[in-house]
Design a protein around this ligand. Structure first.
Ligand code: SAM
Length: 264
């Protein structure tokens, strides 16, 4: 595991949902509206996590079937407990070695996971392998380099002000390819054409500073994993700095994702 990956704690479903799953769910609706795909398709949700996008597909897209895959056994079990529709099933697996035969789904999709896949080009090739001719490959990732995820950006900027080592853990530094241009180039380099990339933005509102801070204390995800690695004193210094910067009242920020689609 690389130095920067060690805080990517993906396992505790409820903690993850409070930190990130709810915002992914908020983007999912806009994303599926943009994809605008017909009913009756077979879907594969790669890096499904706790099932934010899977649940939205079941709710909005009238699929024939949906398979969610994720390397985290804890997330897969959590998703299966939440998305109980009989058309959906969840399995442990990775994007680079999808547990699906060739030409068996109509839509490969993925939410906020593509950037965490160690071999993204291998994943893009797998997406195409399992998708039937005429199908769609799609995903969304946060706009980390553009500072597009306000609450994560605020966290890492404050963390780096107190701890130089935190600078290298910031997703903006780890995932510089999460820009519209780089994503388009990368997907094309895996052999796709007619790649489309659009920005999708959702409001992220926290009732007060504690509502903003609490999800970071739950341990699920890179920033919460980093916070968990700090001493109590260092964590408290970070909390106070953010509290000074954001104030104690309502914290209103936005989160911007890049949505990508291409014919398989
Ligand atoms: C930020 S979470 C997104 C989860 C969910 N899709 C959502 O939108 O809430 C990132 C997910 O990527 C998964 N992941 C990490 N490496 C992966 C890989 N090689 N293949 C597929 N998924 C991976 C993690 O287990 C985690 O569930």
């Amino acid at each position: 595991m690389h130095e920067a990956d060690q805080h990517d704690a993906w396992s505790a479903g409820r903690s993850y949902d409070e930190y990130m799953g709810r915002w992914s769910g908020a983007v999912a609706g806009a994303f599926l509206e943009w994809l605008d795909l017909p009913a009756g398709l077979d879907w594969l949700d790669v890096g499904c996590g706790t099932g934010a996008l899977s649940a939205a597909v079941i709710e909005r897209c009238a699929p024939d079937s949906l398979i969610g895959i994720d390397p985290s056994d804890g997330f897969v079990r959590h998703a299966a407990g939440i998305v109980t529709d009989p058309r959906a099933r969840f399995e442990v697996g990775t994007a680079e070695h999808l547990p699906a035969a060739g030409d068996t789904v109509d839509v490969v999709t993925s939410a906020l996971a593509y950037n965490f896949v160690p071999d993204r080009i291998a994943a893009l090739r797998e997406f195409r392998r399992v998708t039937r001719p005429g199908g769609t490959v799609s995903f969304y990732v946060w706009d980390y380099p553009g500072g597009g995820v306000g609450f994560i950006d605020a966290f890492w900027k404050a963390a780096a002000a107190l701890d130089a080592a935190a600078g290298g853990l910031d997703e903006a530094v780890r995932f510089p390819f999460c820009t519209a241009g780089s994503l388009e180039d990368e997907v094309e380099s895996a052999g796709y054409s007619d790649v489309e990339v659009v920005a999708l933005e959702v409001p992220t509102r926290f009732a007060d500073f504690e509502a903003f801070w609490h999800p970071f204390t739950l341990g699920a995800g890179p920033a919460p994993g980093y916070l968990a690695s700090l001493s109590t004193d260092a964590g408290e210094r970070l909390r106070r700095l953010l509290r000074d910067q954001l104030g104690g009242g309502v914290v209103e920020l936005t989160a911007r994702a890049w949505a990508v689609r291409a014919p398989a």
